[in-house]
Write a protein of this length. Structure first.
Length: 210
C-alpha cells in the first residue's frame, strides 16, 4: 500500500495539532511517528486510518498503483492501539474464529499455529475479560500481524509487555512485516528503532495557534 499525504492538517477547537504534512509513503516502507506526550501521534494515526476526519488536506491510498476509496480503505488496514477494545465476552478461540471470518490469515496460518505463536494456547477457552493486560496486548498485536492486510498501524505496541514480551514483539515484526506498510506511534526507540523512516510531529507544529 502507498499513501500520499497532501497538506494534512488537524485542529481540535482552536488548537492546531499538526499542519501541512506533505509526504509520499512508498509501499512496504516502515515509519515511526514520534513526538512528546500529547504532541499528536495518536491523532495522526487516527487521521491516517480514517477514524478521525482531517481539518484540511487529503490522504490518498493506493494498492499496486490503483487508488482505494471510501470504506475499502478501512478494510485494507489493521490497527493495534490502547483505545481499540477487544470484545471481552468472547473466548480467545471465538475471537480468532470471528476475526478471521473477515480477514485473510497471513502465511496460511491456522488458529492453532496463531495461538502457539501468541503463547496463549492454554487459554483458548478463557474469556478475553479474564486475560491479563500483557496477554491482551499480545493478542492485539497478533490479530494485526496474522492478518494479510498490507497496511498496519501500531500505537504504543509494547505497552503492558515485559522484557520477554518486548523481544517477542520484535520477533513478530521481523517475521510478519516484510510485505507490509507499517506505522508505529511511539516515543520509545526500542519499539521502532528498526524503522528507517520517521515522522516527527514537532516538525509540523505551528508556532502560534490561531
Ligand atoms: N477528541 C479530542 N478532542 C480535543 N482534543 C483532543 C482530542 N484528542 C486528542 N486531543 C488533544 O490533542 C493533543 C494530541 O493528543 P494525542 O493523543 O494525539 O497525543 P500523543 O502524542 O499520542 O500523546 P501520548 O504520547 O501521551 O499518547 C492533546 O493536546 C490532546 O489533548
Amino acid at each position: 500500500m502507498e499513501l500520499k499525504l497532501s497538506q494534512v492538517s488537524k485542529r481540535y477547537q482552536y488548537e492546531w495539532i499538526f499542519k501541512n504534512i506533505n509526504l509520499s509513503i512508498p509501499s512496504l516502507s516502515h515509519w515511526a511517528i514520534t513526538g512528546s506526550n500529547g504532541s499528536g501521534k495518536s491523532t495522526l494515526l487516527k487521521c491516517l486510518t480514517g477514524i478521525n476526519p482531517l481539518t484540511s488536506g487529503s490522504i490518498q491510498y493506493f494498492d499496486s498503483g490503483k487508488e482505494i476509496k471510501g470504506e475499502d480503505i478501512f478494510k485494507s488496514l489493521v490497527i493495534s492501539a490502547p483505545y481499540m477494545e477487544l470484545p471481552e465476552e468472547f473466548t480467545l478461540l471465538e475471537l480468532l474464529k470471528f476475526h478471521f471470518k473477515f480477514k485473510i490469515p497471513s502465511e496460511n496460518l491456522n488458529l492453532e499455529e496463531m495461538m502457539d505463536i501468541l503463547y496463549l494456547k492454554p487459554h483458548q477457552n478463557k474469556p478475553i475479560s479474564q486475560f491479563s493486560s500483557g496477554m491482551k496486548q499480545r493478542l492485539k498485536l497478533g490479530l494485526c500481524f496474522f492478518s494479510k492486510n498490507k497496511l498496519i498501524f501500531l500505537d504504543e505496541p509494547t505497552s503492558n509487555l515485559d522484557e520477554q514480551g518486548i523481544s517477542w514483539y520484535l520477533q513478530l515484526v521481523k517475521q510478519f512485516s516484510k510485505d507490509k506498510t507499517l506505522f508505529i506511534c511511539s516515543n520509545d526507540p526500542k519499539e521502532y528503532s528498526f524503522c528507517p523512516n520517521e515522522i516527527k510531529i514537532e516538525d509540523f507544529k505551528v508556532k502560534q495557534n490561531l
